[in-house]
Every structure is written in C-alpha cells, then in structure tokens.
Design a protein. Structure first.
Length: 334
C-alpha cells in the first residue's frame, strides 16, 4: 500500500480484519507497524504480517479481509538528508556487533563438505568473527570481495531492512537491506549494505541466508536505482524476502539438491536440480522439521537473477547471461 505523506514524518499503520467490529463490538484498531518513517511525499509499505507480535499477525492472504488506517505520529527526529540512516535499520542495533548464530558454523561446514563430495573444491570457510565487512565489500569500493574468487558462495548472517532512503552515493537514495558483523573490529559501524557486497569475479551462484535481504519494497528500490549487486557475471542470487530460520542442514540440502547423488552413495539416485529449485526445495526440506513454536511463521525464499539463468544447473550454465533481472518467491514454511 502507499499513501501521500509528509517528508520527515513518522507513521503508525493500524489494521482490523472486520470493520463491523469497530461499531458493534467496540473492537479497536490494532497496531501493525509503529514509528514507520516517511519516504518523502509518497510512502510505500508492504504488509507481510508480523510473527513476532503476541499473538502473531498472519500474512494478509490468510485473512478473508484486512483494512488499514495510517496515523501520523509526528516529526521524525532523524535528518531527512545526510549520512546513512543507521537508526532506521529495522530491528537493528547499529553500534553493537550482531549476536553470534550458534548453528552457523555447522551449517557452513556441512555445505562445504557436501559440495566437495560433489567434486567441488572449497575456497574458504570463515567463521563470522574472522570475517571483516571489508572482506565482503566490492573491490570497486575498496573491499577484498572474497566471494569473487569462487563459483558458488554461501553467506550466513543477520539481515535487516531500511525504512528510509539511504543517501550514500553508491546507494543512490534507494531503500537498502543490511547485514551485520560478528567481528569486533567492525564495531564502529558493524553493518554492510546489500549494494556494497562484492558478487563479481568468478562468482556465478550466491546463497544469502539472512532475514529480509531480498524483501520488498527494498529489492525493487535497489533494482530501480541500479545498485542491486547482480552484475552480468553473477547468474543467480538466492536469498530470503522475509524472516528466516537458520538450521544446520539447510546448506547441506542446497548443495545436495544442486549436485545430485549417484545411487552407490545410498538412498537412491538424486538427479541434480536447477540452482533455483535446489534453493527453494532445501528450505522446504529443512523447515519441515521445525518445532511447533514456529507454527504460523511464514518464510519466503526468493531467487533473483538474469532471466537466462533461471534454469541453470551447476553442470549446465547459460553463459554469458542475458535478458532482464527477474525473481520469484516461494513459501517454504507457514
């Protein structure tokens, strides 16, 4: 939804599922989003529900109807122009390093081991505390761009989305998404924009397991601003357009689905799937084992990239890429 807004204002989005209840039963509007910053004279917002509220708010497609009203709460104390809007990274604490994800080392190791079993050579496997944001940053921005040295990459971390345009020159006033760092050396500004990632060089396929990284409207905003990090050399960027859950076997399942498996390894023959199908099926496979505390949590995986690459397998890539940047979403858990 979108509405005409006042620059430098903050809003609250409220909802009800039944308007008659406002009159007949005295049921009031419920808050869905609080302190949402204006994006100028026209503000966009996408309702994907909120599984963190008590009780959780479902995705609107599961309600028969949903009605909204937008309330202006006042003036945003943040300046509308200037430095990157750190304070507007949704859910993030920008001046502290992120919380360590205990399942991450096992997930990365199992991904690497399964890829090696499929005949691939591991380029690196760095724990989060050993990786600086400059290791991930594009070489064009002075970074080391370590993923540019491999063909298939897999990153695990915490993701957040911005709710105001980012005014750094290379963000081009787009709505960005961000990852945070576990490395104490990145403590002053421990976050990196998606547009800063270095996904060039030899990299063809990138898995980005972090919440919200490819969410809307941020994804579309970065694409329209020309800062989405999908150069012609990168075929596909596989990520999440919602909250996500890290499970130890997700990386291994992605590798397993991409590489396939001969019958002599046991469990029957597994035909290699397309990189895109392998990503979404890995999510469904892994999340099928989540406990009842995750019931109702809607997780969407998104695959974005060049239209010519959507049917790529590891053994048969459409190279060079052509067409347009496109994407599709898959609900992998609900």
């Amino acid at each position: 939804m979108h509405w005409q807004s006042q620059p430098n204002a903050i809003y609250q989005v409220q909802y009800v599922s039944d308007l008659s209840g406002l009159v007949d039963n005295g049921v009031g509007w419920q808050t869905l989003v609080n302190n949402y910053p204006s994006q100028g004279t026209n503000t966009l917002w996408l309702d994907t529900g909120d599984c963190l509220q008590t009780p959780p708010v479902n995705h609107p497609k599961f309600d028969e109807a949903r009605f909204y009203q937008v309330v202006c709460l006042g003036t945003n104390p943040a300046m509308p122009f200037g430095p990157p809007p750190q304070q507007q990274i949704q859910g993030g604490v920008t001046n502290q390093p992120s919380v360590f994800i205990p399942q991450a080392p096992a997930c990365a190791t199992r991904f690497g081991a399964r890829m090696q079993q499929g005949g691939w050579k591991e380029g690196f496997n760095y724990p989060g505390a050993q990786v600086t944001l400059n290791n991930l940053r594009s070489a064009a921005l002075g970074g080391n761009e370590i993923f540019g040295n491999v063909t298939v990459g897999f990153f695990i971390g915490h993701g957040f989305f911005g709710t105001q345009p980012d005014y750094n020159s290379f963000a081009n006033q787009s709505l960005e998404t961000y990852i945070t760092s576990d490395n104490p050396n990145d403590g002053r500004t421990p976050w990196l924009r998606l547009s800063e990632f270095g996904f060039g060089g030899s990299l063809r396929y990138m898995g980005l397991l972090a919440c919200w990284m490819l969410t809307d409207p941020n994804f579309g905003s970065m694409n329209n601003a020309g800062v989405l990090p999908i150069p012609s050399s990168l075929h596909l960027l596989c990520g999440c357009s919602s909250l996500a859950v890290l499970t130890e076997d997700l990386g291994e399942l992605w590798a397993n689905n991409m590489c396939g498996k001969p019958g002599f390894l046991g469990g029957g023959v597994l035909i290699p799937e397309t990189v895109a199908q392998a990503w979404t099926r890995a999510g469904r496979q892994s999340y099928s084992h989540l406990g009842p505390e995750f019931s109702g949590m809607q997780i969407y995986f998104r695959v974005a990239g060049w239209s010519s690459a959507m049917n790529d397998t590891l053994a048969n890539a459409n190279d060079p890429t052509s067409g347009n940047i496109t994407y599709f979403d898959t609900l992998v858990h609900f």
